[in-house]
Design a protein around this ligand. Structure first.
Ligand code: KG4
Ligand code: ZN
Length: 334
């Protein structure tokens, strides 16, 4: 069964064809990031207009790369929530029109749940066989994106139950705000990760609020970085701040996600969202999970950031389990 995924929740216009919910046949992403960079953040109206310009081309390219015709598609899946309302609306309107014209089912998908599904996808290259899905359900899911930091319980039927979330900033947002404070540009995650390699992670003692039990809080550490940055003298100290900040947020993510596994007596953890591209997080979590006998899974790098393969893949699983949307489908921004 072939599902087409459409993702337009933020600044990426993405389309993908996935076979049987597992094998990514194409994964096309056009980003309007460059248009937003001078504002150091995403401007919703600019993002919506860019989606309108790109969506047809991106979808055509996804079909071409997958080697399929539009009439071969069995299911149309689209991001419904959360995201920028104008951006979501472009994708949803496009998906509705396709579904209606093709007489194929339509399915609205949650972006955060889809991030967690990304670890279940495989991308066979040059005709290589797809790797066997080896993730056991139920498992715990950790979402680390630009707008969310949450822990989920994922059941055998891909039911996602929220366990905890951040009480203030998301972890990706903290990376972006700290980069802004340090004048490093946008998005902050990749630049901070790169700069942190040159710094000493133990030189400064930053920490995240720990009184939230399984919940997260990242706004205090951002303020601590702001005060610290007002007294720095040279460039090497900026690298020390980046490294110490990254270490502190990663330690919280590691500690709380493994605590959720322990509490629920579940020995598998999947991680998804833009911050899952961070190598320091990947390594620390794998290291600590091994010590506690927990299997931890990250998506391929290309599927960590926003993409439509995760939408098409999760769409297939939910469709198989009876989920359907109708033409009243509308964006749920938060
Ligand atoms: O999931 P995503 O692509 O979009 C949302 O759904 O929000 O996540 C974007 C976030 C941004 O905040 C960005 O700074 C962060 O992911 N990010 C990273 C890295 N790459 C992207 N954070 C830390 N390290 C990275 N390598
Ligand atoms: Zn995302």
């Amino acid at each position: 069964m072939l599902s087409l995924g459409i993702e337009t929740s933020c600044d990426e216009t993405a389309a993908s064809v996935v076979k049987d919910g597992r094998v990514v046949l194409s994964n096309i992403i056009a980003s309007s990031l460059k248009l937003h960079q001078k504002y150091k953040g995403i401007i919703p109206e600019i993002a919506s207009r860019a989606h309108i310009e790109s969506i047809s081309l991106v979808t055509k390219q996804a079909l071409k790369e997958a080697g399929v015709k539009i009439r071969d598609i069995d299911l149309v899946c689209v991001t419904q929530s959360p995201g920028l309302v104008g951006s979501l609306l472009v994708g949803i309107s496009f998906a509705k029109a396709l579904s209606f014209a093709l007489k194929k089912p339509l399915l609205g998908i949650g972006h955060l749940e889809a991030h967690l599904y990304a670890s279940f996808l495989s991308q066979p290259k040059n005709g290589a066989r797809p790797k066997k899905a080896d993730i056991f359900l139920p498992c715990i899911g950790l979402v680390v994106s630009g707008g969310h930091t949450s822990l989920y319980h994922i059941s055998e039927n891909f039911n996602f139950r929220l366990i905890s979330a951040t009480t203030d900033d998301a972890v990706g947002e903290a990376f972006d705000k700290v980069a802004k404070i340090l004048n490093l540009g946008y998005p902050g995650g990749p630049v901070i990760e790169k700069l942190a390699r040159k710094g000493n992670a133990d030189s400064l003692r930053f920490s995240c609020a720990t009184s939230q039990d399984l919940g997260f809080s990242f706004s205090g550490i951002k303020t601590a970085v702001l005060y610290r940055s007002q007294v720095i003298g040279c460039r090497s100290q900026v690298a020390d701040i980046a490294a110490s900040f990254q270490k502190a947020v990663v330690e919280t993510l590691v500690e709380k996600s493994l605590l959720a596994c322990e509490r629920r007596k579940i020995a598998a953890l999947v991680v998804g969202g833009g911050v899952a591209a961070n190598n320091y997080l990947r390594n620390r979590l794998k290291e600590e999970a091994r010590l506690r006998n927990v299997d931890v899974f990250f998506p391929d790098f290309a599927l960590s950031l926003d993409n439509a393969a995760m939408i098409a893949g999760l769409g297939y699983q939910l469709y198989k389990r009876g989920k359907r949307s109708n033409y009243y489908l509308s964006p749920e921004p938060s």
